[in-house]
Design a protein around this ligand. Structure first.
Ligand SMILES: Cc1ncc(COP(=O)(O)O)c(C=O)c1O
Length: 412
């Protein structure tokens, strides 16, 4: 049952099995952080792990660390740590490069596996997905078709029989809508299409079962719910059944079958490693390793249950005050964020700024959405209650109308 008072929230915190994990994070005094869906909080162990990587592995052991510290294999060992969070086997995931670059690799690879030439995407997807698709189809002589995946258009477009690849976000970055991964993957396969899932807003936010759904490819970031730090390396999933045939376009030496033979011709590595290209940011990998070691202690079913309870609470308090949600109320269609529509034209950005001044950090996504992310590893129910109450007050009092809140920063 959704709590109605702060005391009930405190009682839920006292009984919360995930509560001890909050101690694993650095959380600034006086801040309620509802932006972990954009940049996750810093694990306490990260600075020490990164310092060790720099001072010992690099400073003392120098180039020997490629072997002794496992630097060469980091894309695979970190991939194996991401795998349980996305329902994959350890040898189906590699970590490296960024989401945009990995998206390009899997899109071209998937197009090369098909004799069709349409990439079906969503009109409202995160812009990099749209732009990378545009670049990929341009190079491959294919075309991009954009639809609303939450209506009948998806099935209709697939029925046309010319779709090679479907690219969808598992959770919509703006509204927080969760897509039916098993159902959509099945329908796409029934119509002869491959599926690429963008997991940026679902990895660490909801339980994911890529293998169980029969997904083909997936990409995702580690700097949001997975807490690996700004610009942290991304991950890439390729189903094992595709490994022998898949052919990705950024064929670099880290994806070669025998990189230290230094041969002149490219021969792809046998497994998911063939998706690697060049040298990776190993300092950033150290930060990712620290955060994944925290995640290894988290039970994803508990994370999901707490996430839904927290978003229910936030939706109830803000809904009672008349704020309208763009996030589905249906648990089966909700990720781990709440998107509220700005109550009047031009009010969303300043409301979020006024809230930030009160110590509650969310963000604004143009044109009209106030976005709040819920991260069960380090948020308490009382935080959610206090944040929702502060938001309602900012709107009710009109304090957001003060001129200073309208000044747009570069990053919103
Ligand atoms: C759905 C989605 N895809 C991709 C990205 C970003 O890609 P990159 O890590 O290459 O900047 C984001 C960033 O917020 C995102 O929300």
């Amino acid at each position: 049952m959704t709590p109605t008072t702060r005391e009930e929230c405190a009682a839920l915190d006292a009984a919360d099995p995930l509560a001890p994990l909050r101690e694993e994070f650095v959380l600034p005094e006086g801040v309620i952080y509802l932006d972990g869906n954009s940049l996750g909080a810093l694990p306490r162990s990260t600075p020490g792990r990164v310092a060790d990587m720099i001072e010992r592995e690099w400073g003392q052991d120098l180039i020997r660390s490629w072997n002794t510290a496992g630097w060469w294999d980091k894309p695979r060992t970190l991939g194996a740590k991401v795998a349980p969070l996305v329902g994959a086997d350890p040898d189906e995931v590699v970590v490296g490069d960024g989401v945009s670059a990995n998206l390009f690799k899997v899109l071209i690879a998937a197009l090369r596996m098909s004799d069709r030439s349409v990439v079906l995407g969503e009109a409202g997807n995160f812009p990099t997905d749209l732009y990378v698709t545009e670049g990929a189809v341009g190079l491959a002589g294919a075309t991009q078709r954009r639809i609303d995946p939450d209506g009948p258009a998806l099935g209709e477009a697939l029925a046309a029989g010319d779709v090679a690849v479907v690219l969808l976000s598992h959770v919509d970055y703006r509204t927080g809508t969760l897509r039916d991964m098993p159902g959509i993957t099945r329908t796409a396969h029934d119509h002869g299409a491959l599926v690429v899932w963008d997991l940026c807003h679902s990895a660490g936010a909801v339980p994911i079962d890529l293998s169980g759904c029969g997904a083909d490819f997936a990409v995702g970031c580690t700097y949001k719910y997975l807490n690996a730090g700004p610009g942290a390396p991304a991950f890439l999933y390729a189903a094992r059944r595709h490994h022998p045939v898949v052919d990705q376009p950024l064929s670099g030496w880290h994806g070669h079958a025998r990189p230290f033979d230094f041969t002149a011709d490219y021969e792809p590595a046998p497994g998911v490693s063939r998706f690697l290209s060049g040298s990776q940011p190993l300092v950033a990998d150290a930060a990712l390793e620290a955060s994944l070691d925290v995640w290894a202690k988290a039970d994803m079913d508990l994370v999901r249950a707490k996430s839904l309870a927290m978003t229910d609470l936030f939706l109830r308090v803000t809904g009672e005050a008349g704020l309208v949600s763009a996030t589905p109320l249906d648990h089966g269609r909700r990720g781990s964020q709440v998107a509220l529509l700005q109550p009047e034209e031009g009010s969303g950005y300043p409301i979020v700024q006024a809230l930030i001044e009160r110590g509650v950090i969310g963000d604004f996504r143009a044109p009209d959405v106030m976005r709040f992310g819920f991260t069960p590893l380090y948020l308490r129910y009382v935080d959610v209650f206090d944040a929702a109450t502060a938001l309602v007050e900012v709107v009710r009092t009109g304090e957001w109308r003060e001129e200073r809140f309208a000044q747009r920063a570069q990053v919103t």
